[in-house]
Design a protein around this ligand. Structure first.
Ligand SMILES: NC(=O)c1ccc[n+]([C@@H]2O[C@H](COP(=O)([O-])OP(=O)(O)OC[C@H]3O[C@@H](n4cnc5c(N)ncnc54)[C@H](OP(=O)(O)O)[C@@H]3O)[C@@H](O)[C@H]2O)c1
Length: 332
């Protein structure tokens, strides 16, 4: 494994971050394909053995059970100071708004719940999961700053935002003397490269870490079209919805990944992640089988040539926004 600094923080993170959305009680949330606690722990252990020290979860994942499984596993398997734990909070609900709960109070309630789920005194990175159009950004930032001051999180990050949103938030944080976002978790992979126009250059300019999610397009960049038939491939309706409209154009790129993998004698996963590793700090990779995390860890060793990178990038055409980012607009 290789390690690097997470943007402007002093967190030393593995170049692969283990995505924990696939861990949690399958009866308690959005996904029916998640692993139970014992299976989750085994994957986490394999990740740790391979040198992964960076873990990404969220209160939204299977109603907090992903956080619970991760927290209990890490307690048994690692020293707290040796791992970097990130979790995320959701926007205020209409009920909270109705009750007059401020953005500051919301952030405090959410982090208290997450710390309770994780069984930890602090997280290393607390991530604003998606832009909350119904709450002033000042309230979110002050709430986050309070969490930093209280020692509940060491740093803050943001996910699913436009470059103008983080630029606006960080400028306000700087003016107010609040903690600034040190990382962005956006949707970025070889077949979804919309981050490249504004976010990638902005983050480079500001030394903000990119830790993209769905780094393998939820498995599409790990196998040829039509291959697979895994539980997740069958049941993950959300991922299908994200990628089905652009399948034809994406398959051109996926077949180029396969071509290079064959030539280099490596897996498609390794090629896809090795490409992303040339652009970002640490991709967040989902693992629900041992070979998933093993394949991801191997990718860190693969160096693509400039010609291979060009060949992979050449067929990309801009995509319409999909998933959470398609909803990132002011409510009517
Ligand atoms: N911030 C956000 O809004 C957001 C949104 C989504 C995800 N995330 C985070 O990002 C993480 C990853 O997201 P994701 O699971 O959608 O994306 P992903 O990493 O693109 O996809 C993971 C899937 O790829 C396949 N795979 C992984 N490693 C493989 C290997 N070595 N060989 C073959 N296949 C492999 C598996 O699919 P099969 O199971 O089909 O084999 C696995 O379930 C999540 O766990 C979560 O932490 C964040």
């Amino acid at each position: 494994m290789k390690y690097t600094k997470l943007g402007n923080s002093d967190l030393n993170v593995s170049r692969i971050c283990m995505g924990c959305m696939g861990f949690g009680d399958a009866g308690k949330g959005q996904h029916s394909w998640t692993l139970d606690e014992e299976q989750s722990k085994a994957i986490i252990k394999r990740g740790l053995d391979l040198g992964v020290n960076f873990f990404d979860t969220a209160i939204a994942y299977q109603s907090g059970t992903s956080e619970q499984y991760l927290g209990r596993s890490l307690k048994d398997l690692a020293r707290r100071e040796d791992v970097v734990v990130a979790t995320k909070f959701l926007p205020r609900t209409p009920e909270e708004i109705e009750k007059g709960i401020s953005g500051q109070q919301h952030v405090e309630n959410m982090i208290n719940m997450s710390l309770n789920n994780l069984g930890m005194e602090y997280v290393d990175l607390y991530i604003y999961h998606m832009w909350d159009w119904n709450t002033p950004v000042y309230e979110i930032l002050e709430g986050l700053n309070n969490a930093v001051k209280a020692g509940k999180t060491r740093y803050i990050g943001i996910s699913n935002c436009f470059a103008w949103q983080i630029a606006k938030a960080n400028a306000l944080a700087e003016k107010e003397g609040f903690a600034k976002f040190v990382s962005v978790q956006g949707h970025y992979n070889l077949i979804f490269r919309e981050e490249e126009r504004e976010m990638v250059p902005y983050c480079k300019e500001e030394n903000i870490a990119l830790t993209p999610y769905s780094a393998l397009a939820s498995g599409r960049l790990s196998r040829l079209p039509g291959e697979g038939g895994t539980k997740r491939a069958e049941e993950d309706k959300y991922a299908k919805f994200k990628y089905e409209k652009t399948e034809q154009q994406d398959n051109v790129i996926i077949s180029r990944v396969a071509e290079i993998a064959e030539k280099r004698g490596v897996t498609m996963t390794e090629v896809s992640l090795a490409w992303l590793l040339t652009k970002v700090t640490s991709p967040v990779v989902g693992a629900t089988k041992m070979h998933h995390i093993e394949g991801a860890a191997k990718a860190v060793e693969l160096e693509l040539t400039a010609e291979e990178i060009t060949y992979l990038e050449e067929p990309y055409v801009p995509h319409v926004l999909a998933g959470v980012m398609a909803q990132n607009k002011r409510p009517e």
